[in-house]
Design a protein around this ligand. Structure first.
Ligand SMILES: Nc1ncnc2c1ncn2[C@@H]1O[C@H](COP(=O)(O)OP(=O)(O)O)[C@@H](O)[C@H]1O
Ligand SMILES: [Mg+2]
Length: 276
């Protein structure tokens, strides 16, 4: 699905990332970790053709990014869901309408403007809202929602694109730990239920370890670690985080606590009650 060989990437002719070799298969759940400024977002943005390829071969979903046409790039982008830290929703519109906008490419413009959707499209939207646990909020305006709920709307909208890949740039960085874990749970569900490849930058090492099957560490302008969470040893972390102790302050107890709260069956019911 993704095949990157000996690639250098940059915003100008100066490389930000060099010697990138990366193969990602369909259905993987990949976490990218590293210090701020290491190049995590640059790597993620390069997958949608937003970064200059200075050297090497770059293939995504069968497209050669070295020589991609405008039309192909637009098709590639339509097949990739992108989730930002800032949600990027239309706040004055309902949750349902935002989710439907993920299908816009497939819905004729005239029809989408008057919000007239087919039963099949509505059923799909409800299915996606159910997957991310926001179905009970369908008619709420997005600006009435919490950060975690908004991020789940963004995931449902990405799902409505029927994507092969979902890219998420620090999707939980702005959330409290419990909401963050709920969003990560939803990303895992999307990955497992729909076989969508998920690639996400994560500020919190704990989340990367807990949720991802594979971790990429970006440091010194390249991918310095590529392996499973089990293979990620403290010496790897020392080089990824360049011995910055504060970055390594990651408490196993914390994550265990968070997970036990989140996976408490009551949490959804509480949210439903609050919304009612
Ligand atoms: N639009 C841009 N133009 C030029 N340089 C940029 C741009 N965005 C980021 N950079 C530079 O690229 C490097 C990697 O940044 P980034 O990928 O955002 O890191 P991270 O996501 O790991 O924090 C940094 O040195 C940053 O200053
Ligand atoms: Mg970033």
């Amino acid at each position: 699905m993704i095949n990157i060989q000996s690639v250098c990437l940059g915003y100008t002719n100066t490389p930000i990332l060099h010697d990138i070799n990366l193969q990602i298969k369909k259905g993987e759940f990949v976490g990218i970790i590293g210090l701020s400024g290491a190049g995590k977002s640059t790597l993620l943005m390069s997958l949608i053709g937003n970064i200059r390829i200075l050297k090497g071969d770059y293939h995504v979903s069968g497209y050669n990014l070295n020589s991609i046409s405008k039309k192909e790039l637009s098709d590639l982008r339509a097949s990739i869901g992108f989730i930002f830290q800032g949600y990027n929703l239309v706040n004055r519109l309902s949750v349902l309408h935002n989710v439907m906008s993920g299908m816009l490419k497939n819905i004729p413009l005239g029809r989408s403007l008057i919000k007239l959707y087919s039963t099949e499209e509505l059923n799909k939207a409800h299915e996606y809202m159910q997957v991310v646990n926001i179905e009970h909020l369908a008619m709420r305006r997005c600006d009435e929602l919490s950060g975690g709920q908004r991020q789940r709307v963004a995931i449902a909208r990405a799902l409505a694109q029927n994507p092969n890949i979902i890219l998420a740039d620090e999707p939980v960085a702005a959330l409290d730990p419990k909401s963050a874990a709920q969003v990560m749970d939803v990303l895992r569900k999307v990955n497992e239920s729909y076989g969508v490849t998920v690639i996400t930058n994560l500020h919190h090492l704990d989340f990367a370890r807990y949720y991802c099957n594979r971790i990429l560490g970006v440091a010194s302008g390249t991918i310095s670690f590529d392996g499973t969470p089990h293979e990620l040893l403290s010496r790897n972390l020392d080089s990824i985080y360049e011995n910055e102790p504060s970055s390594l302050e990651s408490s196993k107890n914390n994550i265990t606590n968070i997970m036990s709260h989140v996976h408490d069956n009551n949490s959804n019911n509480n949210e439903m009650r609050n919304a009612a």
